[in-house]
Design a protein around this ligand. Sequence first.
Ligand code: SAM
Ligand code: SF4
Length: 346
Amino acid sequence: MTPSASQEPPGAGLGDRFGRVATDLRVSLTDRCNLRCTYCMPAEGLDWLPNPSLLTDAEIVRLIDVAVHRLGVTEVRFTGGEPLLRRGLVEIVRAVAALTRRPRMMLTTNGIGLARLAEPLAAAGLDRVNVSLDTTDPAQFKALTRRDRHADVVAGLAASAAAGLLPVKMNAVLLRGVNDDEAVGLLAFALERGYELRFIEQMPLDAGHTWRREEMVTGAEILAALRSAYTLRPDPDARGGSPAETWIVDGHAAVGGGPARVGVIASVSSPFCGACDRTRLTADGAIRSCLFSQEETDLRGALRGGAGDEELADLWRKAMWAKPAGHGIDDPKFLQPARPMSAIGG
Ligand code: SAM
Ligand code: SF4
C-alpha cells in the first residue's frame, strides 16, 4: 500500500492514508469477563479499568451517534471483555436502534447469560450474535476457560437462534495440543444446529504474552482437517472487508435456507489489513485504529470537557488517518500492544 502524502484527513468519513475507509465500529463495553480463556486472560484476571474511567451508557450512545451521523459508520459490534456483563446493554442497543441512520448491530459474546438476554436484545434491535465456543466437550471447556459453563454457552446459542438473531455465528480458536483435534467436531456441532462457524487464528494479544507463532494452528491446517471430513467449495459471495474467508459446505443447509458455510480468519498467516474497514472504541473512551496499534486517541477527555459533536468527529478522523498499513506481526521489531485483547475487544 502506498501512503498518501497529505498530513490531514480529507473527507467526512474515517479514511486513512492508504485509501481505506472505516465503516465498521467495534465498541468494547467492559474489560471484565466471567471466563478466563487461557489464550486471553490469566487465571487471576487483570487489573480492571476503574469505574470512573469507563464511558457511561449515555456517553457510549453519544459517540456511536457521532460515528454514525458524522463519520459514515454503518455497522456497530458490541464486544468486551464480556459485553453481557454490561448492565445497560439492552438499553444501549435500544438507543442505537433509534438513531436516524440506524446501523446494523452485532454482539460478540461468550454466550453466558444469553439464554436470558437473547430475546430482550433482539426486541431492542440487535441484528446478530457471534458466540465464542472453542470445544464441544464440557471438560475441555472447563480446562480452556477455567470455568464450568459449557452448558450455558450451548443454551445461549440455542436461545439466539430461537430469538431470530440469524445467522447465529460461532467463533472458535484452536490451540495446539489442547483442542486442535476439534476442527471437524466443532463443524459437525455447528452444522447440526444451523450455526455458521468461524475459526480464528490465535493472535499475539494475550495478557500473558505467551503466544508463539510456531505453536499457532494455522488456517491452512484447519482447512486440511475440515477437508478430511467435508467437501468445501469456494464461496461465490465476495469477501469485501470481511476478514473471514468462507467456504460452502457441500450437502449441508443453513437455518432459514441457502447453503451452509464455514469460515477461517487467518489474521496472522494471511493478513487482510489491506481491506480492513474497522475502527475501535475502548470501554474507557479511546479510539484504536487497529487491534495491534501502539497508539490510541482519547475521546473521553474531550467528551467530558464539553467538546461538540464535530470536534469529537474530528479527533476520531485524525486517529483513523494515522492507521498503520498492517499489523506487522512478521516484522522482527513487532511489539504486542499494551492493552490485551480482553480490553480491546475482538
Ligand atoms: N468475551 C467475548 C467473547 O469471548 O466472545 C468478547 C470478547 S473476546 C476478546 C472476542 C473474541 O476474541 C473471541 O472470539 C475470542 O475467542 C477471541 N480471542 C481472544 N483472545 C484471542 C487471541 N489471542 N487470538 C485470537 N482470538 C482471540
Ligand atoms: Fe473472556 Fe472472551 Fe477473553 Fe474468553 S476470550 S477470557 S470469554 S474476553
